[in-house]
Design a protein. Sequence first.
Length: 299
Amino acid sequence: MKPRSYFGPDDLAAMQRLVQRSWTTDSHWHLGDLGWQRPSMADRRIALWEDDEAGQVVAWAWISAPARLEMQAPAGLTGDVLAWFDQEAAGEQQTVTVVETDAALVEELSAAGYRPVDDEPFFRHCLRDLDDSLPAPRLPGGYLVRAVRPGELAARAAVHRAAWRPGRLGEMQVPPVDLGDGESGMTTKRYADIVSHWPYRSDLDLVVEAPDGRLVGTALGWLDEVNRVALLEPVGVDPEHGRRGLGVAVSLACLHAMRDAGATQAVVCPRGDDAYPVPRRLYHAVGFRDAGRTVTYRR
């Protein structure tokens, strides 16, 4: 089966539908992962494998710099995907990130000369049941959590930039790392692209409003209505309002909104290595448990 190149938004929706059809608690991807990464797709080498009779995408893969493969494919097509990767990234140092429980893909990688490495960050897949054990969010006086409102797109994007400045992310690492003092790439236009496509829902896009009316925290939920599982991605707080429990509060509020929308389970995927512990601690604080991890294989 020969792949074709990615063309645009309709293809991304088809990629998301494949993720939805095949989702389990061991899955690498949630359809919300692709929704959040939508604006970056135009800069990647992406291939799709299609079943013409069913009219469906049955496998997809992309290459991000320098030569890292991300993929979703059934066992019968993993060899085809790796062959495409070999051709597209010939002469480069090839790496593939997989979930440790994907035995079929791990076997294919081993046969093709890939070996696991321990010199790169990995990500934990964490799960939480959205049941009666979900506590109510608690906020300091004067703060409130609510869904984002029409007309707040620029302010919503600005909060994300404040929370995800590279310099601040470097300070959160152990030991601290100098990542410079640039800005996150989240512009109003970029966020508008995300919110204008499925499966974004404004009722799952929560913000923290400070006593002065400014937006200072966010948590975004992505609902897979078929599997009734929601992804929490991303969560952020303006560092000027840090250490007040706002990250925990807005995360809990988003989990409640997901449950109200029909989700019975939530998933989140923070970095799991000891060099970047803060996000994982936050998610554990709201009841997530570790359920798996990613592993990087290098050829």
